[in-house]
Write a protein that binds this ligand. Structure first.
Ligand code: PLP
Length: 383
C-alpha cells in the first residue's frame, strides 16, 4: 500500500487507461496478436511485457492483480481459478521430494487433503503444530523448508503471532506462507509482519458477493515470477477475465464491508458471552495477536448439551445452511456436518472439533435482525 494512502482510498482509485473508464474493461480474448515478427520475438524473449495468451497473462486479470498487490503491500500478485488452485500452485512451485512442511493445525480442510493426499505421496513430509507450539518452540522449525500458516485457523479460529513465528522461520531459513482469507488486508497485512507469501481464497471476502470462485497470491517479484514460470502456465489454473472483473469490483467495497462485518461480529461476541447455552466463542478480535486490527464476520460458537443443533439450524431464517462464507448473506455450518464428510479424512476429523460447535458467517444484513433470528432459533432448540 502506498504510504500516503489508506486502503479504502487505494481500493477506490480509478483505473486509468486514458479513455476515462473508471473500471477495467473485460478483455475477453484468449489470444493477443503481434504487429510484426520483431514484436513477437521481443515478447517471447522477455524484452517486452505485452499479453500473449490468456492462460498466463490478460489485462483484466492484471488490473486485479495490481490492486491486490497494493492492498497487501507486495511487489506482485498472481490470480488463480480458485483459492485451492492458488494454494496448490504456490506449494507445488516450492516443494521438492524430501522437503519438510510445518503446517498449522486446523488448516482449511482441502488444504489439509492436498498436503496428505497429494504432497505426501510425492515424498513431502508434513507435520502439524498448534499456534502455541509454532510460537514458543524455538527449534521446532529446524530443518523445515516451508511454514504454512492460517491466522486465524479454520473452524476453531486460533490466531497466530506472526512476527514471532516468522522470526523463527527466518532464523531456520524456512519460507513462510499464509492463507489470509479470513482477515483480508483490511485487518491483517502479513507481508509487513514477516510472512513471505500471502494467499487468498478470493471467493470469500474479496469477491464479497457469493458469485465468484477465485484465488490470488501476493509476494515479492521473485516468488511471484517463480509461480508464473512454473505452476501458473504448467498446471493452468488461471483466473478468467470476467472473474477478475468481479473481483476488482469486490475490492472497491472491501473496506466498507469489512467494517460492517466487524461491527456485527463485535455485537455478537459481546452478547453471545451472556448466553447460558454458550460454552465458548471462537472469534479473534483486534490486537489479540500483533498486527490483527479487526474482527471479521466468520466465527464459531460452542453450545452446551442443552442445544439441539439440527433443530437450532432449521429454526434460523436469515442464516442459510452452507459451506462458503465471506459473502453478503449470513450462513451457518454445524461442525457435525464437517465431521460427517465422506471421502479422505478432512482436518476437522483429524484434529477433532466439538460436535457442539457451529460456524457462523455474519453477513451484511441488519445486526439486530440477525441477533433476533439467532435468539429466536435458540429459544426453539432445547434438546
Ligand atoms: C474457502 C477457503 C479456501 C479455498 O478456496 P476456494 O476458492 O473455495 O478454492 C482456502 N482457504 C480458506 C481459509 C477457505 O475458507
Amino acid at each position: 500500500m502506498s504510504e500516503d494512502k489508506q486502503l479504502a482510498t487505494l481500493m477506490a482509485s480509478v483505473f486509468d487507461d486514458e479513455t476515462g473508464a473508471v473500471t477495467p474493461p473485460i478483455v475477453q480474448t484468449s489470444l493477443f496478436a503481434f504487429e510484426n515478427y520483431q514484436a513477437f520475438e521481443d515478447r517471447m524473449a522477455g524484452r517486452t511485457n505485452k499479453s500473449i495468451y490468456t492462460r498466463v497473462q490478460n489485462p483484466t486479470v492484471a488490473a486485479f492483480e495490481a490492486l491486490m498487490a497494493d492492498a497487501e503491500g507486495g511487489e506482485a500478485a498472481v490470480g488463480f481459478a480458485s483459492g485451492i488452485a492458488a494454494i496448490s500452485s504456490t506449494l507445488l512451485a516450492f516443494v521438492k521430494p524430501g522437503c519438510r512442511i510445518a503446517c498449522v493445525e486446523h488448516v482449511y480442510p482441502d488444504t489439509y487433503k492436498f498436503m496428505e493426499q497429494m504432497l505426501r505421496p510425492f515424498g513431502v513430509d508434513v507435520t502439524y503444530h498448534s499456534a502455541a507450539e509454532l510460537e514458543e518452540q524455538d527449534d521446532l522449525l529446524a530443518g523445515v523448508d516451508i511454514v504454512y500458516l492460517e491466522s486465524p485457523s479454520s473452524v476453531v479460529f486460533v490466531p497466530v503471532n506472526l512476527p514471532r513465528v516468522t522470526e523463527h522461520a527466518k532464523r531456520h531459513g524456512a519460507l513462510s506462507m499464509i492463507d489470509n482469507s479470513w482477515a483480508t488486508p483490511v485487518f491483517q497485512r502479513p507481508l509487513a509482519l514477516g510472512v513471505d507469501i500471502v494467499i487468498h481464497s478470493a471467493s470469500k471476502y474479496i469477491s464479497g458477493h457469493s458469485d465468484t470462485v477465485a484465488g490470488v497470491v501476493v509476494s515479492s517479484q521473485e516468488h511471484i515470477t517463480r509461480i508464473r514460470d512454473l505452476t501458473l502456465p504448467l498446471l493452468g489454473a488461471k483466473l478468467a477475465p470476467f472473474e477478475a472483473f468481479l473481483l476488482t469490483r469486490g475490492l472497491r467495497t472491501l473496506h466498507a464491508r469489512m467494517m460492517q462485518h466487524h461491527a456485527t461480529a463485535n455485537t455478537f461476541v459481546d452478547r453471545l458471552a451472556t448466553l447460558p447455552q454458550v460454552r465458548k466463542v471462537n472469534s479473534p478480535g483486534a490486537n489479540e495477536v500483533p498486527g490483527l486490527t479487526g474482527r471479521s464476520g466468520l466465527m464459531s460458537v460452542e453450545f452446551d448439551d442443552s442445544v439441539d443443533i439440527p433443530k437450532f439450524s432449521d429454526a434460523l431464517t436469515h442464516f442459510r445452511l452452507g459451506v462458503s462464507w465471506g459473502g453478503f448473506e449470513s450462513l451457518i455450518l454445524p461442525a457435525r456436518v464437517g465431521l460427517a464428510q465422506a471421502g479422505p479424512k478432512n482436518s476437522m476429523q483429524t484434529f477433532g472439533v466439538s460436535p457442539n460447535l457451529v460456524r457462523l458467517n455474519l453477513g451484511l444484513e441488519d445486526t439486530e435482525d440477525l441477533w433476533a433470528d439467532f435468539q429466536n432459533a435458540l429459544s426453539k432448540s432445547a434438546a
